[in-house]
Design a protein around this ligand. Structure first.
Ligand code: HEM
Length: 449
């Protein structure tokens, strides 16, 4: 067995690869992945590992999942999310996830369709006569409201949503910058950035605390709500009841606020961007959705009648996976790809790179939604992982598909989308993979054409 995986080129003395990572993460990890299926990075003096092969990744996420925890990146989110289900580990994670799962199965999601449709219809109607609209912030506001209304029976005010929209990026960027610095060092530095980071966390937790308190006060008056808070409060199991005290309810609230608002808007925005770049495909999707009333038809059945729309979302999640870069950490000495990894090894992977692997996908950088119309039979299941895999896969996957589909349907039934001339859209990697510059889009009413 070889001793160590090959080192990614251009490690510098003392800092290793940290500067390259800091400069342009997307480019750095795309190039680094060319080194080998499993390669080695130097972060300062420490070795970390990069997985570039989909089968190895699947092995880590599914077959050997018990040998890893979530690792360093996630630790930095703890100041905001506490021990919510995204960061929980082991038995506690298992219990929380099992409790919540029914809220994300198909019958429950069908109950959320009304709210998704109502909010997205109001959004697209508010654009009427606007000409150019910045789509990403619109989708962000939509997703934030939808996740909190459907799962926590709470209507956020405009001011609440604006606070999330302005403070969440400060937290995310603080987490990512902390990624290049040991947490202890970051915490010891009296920088304005650190102050902004912890102030934003304090404000978001205070907002969550108030909204949860309002919801609990309403509960005392009116009783059952059949939402996530109800599920967590009304468990039969004594251990689970003890787990879900007031502090844990707040952690879960902030977890879903973050997970539900920082991801789906990206999927919506990239789908719109790609359709604007490919007007002929946009027209085909518009023909597919013309006249369809999702709510009247029952969403699950109606979406089956929209194979091209589904393929567009899938292809956009392949090209621009919102959660593009993640990691795991070994809990014990482990073998991966023929190499021995010691306990505590940090293993990273870029889903963005894996889903553009030319060994798997023909024209890997091209937008070709039609490749999925036969179910994508020729592509291995393990090479499409925007929602992760295994026990830690995305609990909100079906929620996100339905919300994205309903929103795109509402947009495309009303507007033709086109990019302003000369606009170059690049992904930025602050948190989710989102279009830099908020994606201003020229909208033209469909009926006027
Ligand atoms: C397109 C939209 C979304 C994408 C691409 C996405 C992606 C992901 C990924 C990759 C993970 C796994 C992380 C890991 O393996 O470390 C994850 C976990 C999670 N997601 Fe999503 N997500 C999306 C939307 C949502 C929505 C709408 C919700 C809530 C309504 C949600 C809630 C969660 C939660 C709670 C977890 C943690 C699950 C656990 O550890 O048991 N996500 N998501």
């Amino acid at each position: 067995m070889a001793v160590k995986p090959p080192l990614v080129p251009n490690a510098k003395p003392i800092v290793g690869h940290a500067l390259g990572i800091f400069k342009d993460q997307l480019e750095f990890f795309s190039e680094a992945a060319l080194t080998a299926p499993l390669s080695r990075l130097k972060i300062g003096w420490t070795d970390a590992y990069l997985i570039a092969n989909h089968e190895l990744l699947y092995h880590v996420l599914v077959n050997d999942a018990k040998k890893y925890d979530k690792g360093v990146q996630y630790e930095r989110a703890r100041a905001l999310l506490g021990n919510g289900v995204l960061l929980a580990e082991g038995d506690f994670h298992f219990r929380q996830r099992r409790l919540m799962q029914p809220m994300f199965n198909k019958p429950s999601i069908d109950d959320y369709v009304d709210a998704m449709h109502r909010y997205s219809t109001a959004m697209v109607e508010s654009w009427s006569g606007s000409g150019v609209v910045s789509l990403y912030p619109e989708f962000y506001r939509l997703a934030t409201r939808v996740v909190i209304d459907t799962l926590f029976s709470t209507r956020m005010t405009d001011a609440d949503v604006a606070l999330v929209q302005s403070r969440m990026p400060v937290v995310i960027s603080g987490m990512q910058k902390r990624g290049a610095l040991p947490t202890k060092v970051f915490d010891a530095l009296p920088t304005p950035e650190k102050r902004a980071f912890y102030t934003a966390i304090g404000e978001l937790r205070a907002l969550g605390d108030r909204l949860v308190e309002e919801r609990l006060a309403a509960d005392r008056e009116t009783g059952a709500w059949a939402d996530l808070i109800d599920v967590l409060l009304n468990v039969d199991d004594e251990v689970a009841r003890r787990d879900n005290d007031r502090a844990q309810i707040l952690n879960e609230f902030l977890t879903f606020l973050t997970a539900g608002s920082e991801t789906t808007p990206s999927a919506m925005a990239w789908s719109c961007y790609l359709l604007a770049r490919h007007p002929e495909i946009q027209e085909q999707v518009r023909e597919e959705v013309a006249g369809l009333d999702l709510v009247a038809e029952g969403t699950a059945q109606a979406l089956q009648r929209l194979p091209l729309l589904q393929a567009v979302v899938k292809e956009s999640l392949r090209l621009y996976p919102p959660v593009w870069f993640l990691g795991r950490r070994t809990l014990a000495p482990t073998t991966l790809g023929g190499y021995a990894l010691p306990t505590g090894s940090q293993v990273f992977y870029s889903v963005y790179t894996i889903q553009r692997d030319p060994a798997i996908y023909d024209d890997p950088d091209e937008f070709k939604p039609h490749r999925w119309l036969d179910g994508g039979k020729k592509y291995p299941r393990t090479a499409f992982l925007p929602f992760g895999a295994g026990v830690r896969n995305c609990i909100g996957e079906h929620f996100a598909w339905i919300e994205t589909s309903i929103t795109l349907l509402n947009v495309l039934q009303r507007y033709h989308l086109s990019l302003a001339p000369g606009q170059q859209v690049r992904p930025t990697t602050m948190g989710s993979l989102v279009p830099a510059g908020d994606l201003p889009m020229r909208l033209e009413s469909v009926v006027k054409r």
